[in-house]
Design a binder for this molecule. Structure first.
Ligand SMILES: [Zn+2]
Length: 45
C-alpha cells in the first residue's frame, strides 16, 4: 500500500485517511509526496 507523507508537517498519511481528496488531514496541505518502503540512503564515503 502506498503511503503519503505531508510535505509541510512531515506526517505519514494513509490513503484511507484522505478519502477522495488528496489533502493532509493534519494541516490541510495539498502538498504530499509518496513515500515508499525503499529508503534512499546517502552515504558520505
Ligand atoms: Zn500536513
Amino acid at each position: 500500500m502506498v503511503k503519503y507523507t505531508c510535505f509541510l508537517c512531515d506526517k505519514k498519511i494513509s490513503p484511507d485517511l484522505m478519502g477522495r481528496r488528496v489533502r493532509c488531514p493534519y494541516c490541510g496541505s495539498k502538498v504530499l509526496f509518496k513515500s515508499r518502503s525503499v529508503k534512499t540512503v546517502v552515504k558520505a564515503v
